[in-house]
Design a protein around this ligand. Structure first.
Ligand code: SF4
Ligand code: SF4
Length: 165
């Protein structure tokens, strides 16, 4: 399932419907803290850590299963996350997204912060969005997580990661 961005400018209700679609075929970036939290939970980095070279940057991403591109932590039978309490920050942000650039979607507008300008979106394809039984999620809540993610990603250098392996 592809992320279909819709500008997130006012609170929306969200409750996961466990359609099991969002943990497959995605590039899940890991921060230093995510890697440490998963190791502390007993997970072997050889099983979940993949290096991705992007231009002149080295990023760390969650490994996927070869046969269906599902995240290695997704139970292939139930589709549920087997590390839910320890899941990466970006998985906590989804189905929302915080971008440092506009995506060119009608209705988008930036939020100005002391950390810069950010554009927020949610995934229109996620059936948990606008779920009347859901919890109300505000742009401010997600922005806070997005800024935390940007900061954590900056600390995620190869040297820092090697120190905790
Ligand atoms: S796509 Fe949305 S509803 Fe489906 S499993 Fe993911 S978060 Fe839940
Ligand atoms: S860590 Fe859990 S929530 Fe994140 S992609 Fe993997 S299975 Fe999904």
């Amino acid at each position: 399932m592809r992320f279909k961005p819709k500008p997130f400018t006012k609170p929306v209700k969200f409750k996961c419907k466990f359609c099991l679609d969002c943990c497959k075929g995605r590039h899940v970036y890991l921060t230093l803290k995510d890697i440490k939290r998963l190791i502390d939970a007993g997970k072997d980095p050889q099983e979940f850590l993949t290096i991705s070279i992007e231009g002149n940057k080295i990023r760390f991403v969650l490994s996927v299963r070869e046969w269906d591109l599902g995240c290695v932590f997704q139970d292939p039978e139930t589709g549920l996350c087997t590390v839910h309490p320890h899941r990466p920050l970006i998985c906590r942000i989804y189905p929302f997204m915080v971008s440092k650039k506009p995506l060119g979607v009608e209705g988008e507008k930036p939020i100005e912060t002391k950390d810069g300008r950010f554009w927020l979106y949610y995934d229109e394809n996620c059936p948990g969005i606008n779920n009347k039984e859901g919890e109300e999620i505000t742009p401010e809540q997600i922005l806070k997580l997005g800024i935390e993610f940007e900061r954590e990603l900056e600390e995620t250098t190869i040297d820092n990661v090697l120190d905790i392996l």
